[in-house]
Design a protein around this ligand. Structure first.
Ligand code: PMP
Length: 339
């Protein structure tokens, strides 16, 4: 009974129905293997459940710091990187936050929730940020959010443009949720720029979306300030243990990332001009087929606004990607003569 109940947590999604293939949330298609879960459970056996977790999440911060070869004073962890975004819109003084649409919606969600004005500096036609224009709007900005690789466009942002923004001295949140797929990160710039906050997550390459585990790397003073406003026990012992144990198996994660990248390029080649290049675990596709795919049991993300008529498709396992490609082929047969 309990087992059935727990199983029923997983397939719950906003879209109802008996769908087979979920390619809508940029998750990893790979769960942790049983033996890694066992290792997590073994560690948890030794930890008292009746006690609150460490107030400033030291076990997880130490493990992440060791992984990067830095001090725990440069690391903060959150209940998903989402939680950290919620604090970062409030942490600094200033009158507005800057976002670069089309981009991840949670930056403006948390800004609105806190009554903070948003200044939008749209991405260029090729989806790169306009560093000069952001700098021009940065006077008294409390935070500037840049995602690289960006969601939902999938591209890395040029380093020179990011540097132009960093040179303003205003707080820059560089969201690198998909960095493991890009093979490139600018986290080391935290040593040079005390105004840089790099946001990372265990939800994508590490496959821990259900655990809720995110972190940020930044200057000691920013981390200390964050812990002064952060809800004290939001990162529980289960999240911390999952982070600590998973970091011991980075080789496994790297192998999975390589598989996903191979699949991404295979799917992209098949789609030809319909798909944009991607540095992440998903593809932006110029195809107005959300409803038709749903009818065929495949859930993708429908985009709107400037990306109206596009979908965002997460790279899944080979059979899932094949199911997606087959469905796209069928849909195009009806309109453009197939894939
Ligand atoms: N940043 C970006 C750019 C994302 O796409 C996501 C997840 N969709 C997140 C942050 C949030 O990740 P999480 O809260 O699971 O760590």
């Amino acid at each position: 009974m309990i087992r059935e109940l727990v199983k029923s947590f997983q397939p719950y999604r906003v879209v109802e129905g008996n769908y087979r293939v979920w390619l809508d949330k940029n998750e990893s298609p790979y769960d942790l293997p049983g033996w890694v879960k066992e290792e997590i459970f073994e560690e948890l056996k030794e930890i008292p459940f009746n006690r609150y977790p460490h107030i400033v999440s030291m076990p997880a911060r130490e493990a992440i710091a060791e992984f990067y070869g830095i001090s725990h004073e440069n690391v903060a962890v959150g209940n998903g990187s989402d939680e950290l975004i919620g604090y970062l819109v409030r942490l600094f003084e200033g009158d507005h936050v800057i976002t670069t649409p089309p981009t991840f919606g949670m930056y403006s969600f948390y800004a609105k929730l806190n009554g903070i004005p948003i200044v939008e500096v749209p991405l260029r036609e090729n989806f790169t940020i306009n560093g000069e224009m952001i700098a021009g709007k940065s006077k008294n900005a409390r935070a500037i959010f840049i995602a690289s690789p960006n969601n939902p466009t999938g591209n890395l942002q040029p380093e020179e443009e990011i540097i132009t923004v960093l040179e303003t001295g205003r707080p820059v949140i560089l969201d690198e949720a998909y960095a493991e797929f890009a093979g490139k990160s600018l986290w080391r710039l935290i040593e040079e720029y005390p105004n840089l906050i790099v946001l990372r997550t265990f939800s994508k390459a590490f496959g821990l979306a259900g655990i809720r585990a995110g972190y940020m790397l930044a200057n000691e003073e920013v981390i200390e300030a964050l812990y002064r406003i952060k809800s004290p026990f939001s990162v529980g012992i289960m999240t911390m243990t999952a982070m600590v144990v998973t970091l011991r198996h980075v080789d496994l994660i790297e192998k999975r990332v390589r598989k996903i990248l191979e699949e991404r390029e295979r799917v992209r080649r098949r789609l030809g001009d319909l798909a944009y290049p991607s540095d992440a675990n998903f593809l932006l596709i110029k195809l107005n087929a959300y409803g038709e795919l749903l009818k065929r049991g495949i859930v993708v993300r429908k985009l709107s606004g400037r990306l109206e008529g596009h979908i965002r498709v997460t790279i899944g396992r080979r059979w899932e990607n094949d199911a997606f490609l087959k469905a796209v082929g069928e849909i195009l047969d009806g309109t453009m003569g197939g894939l």
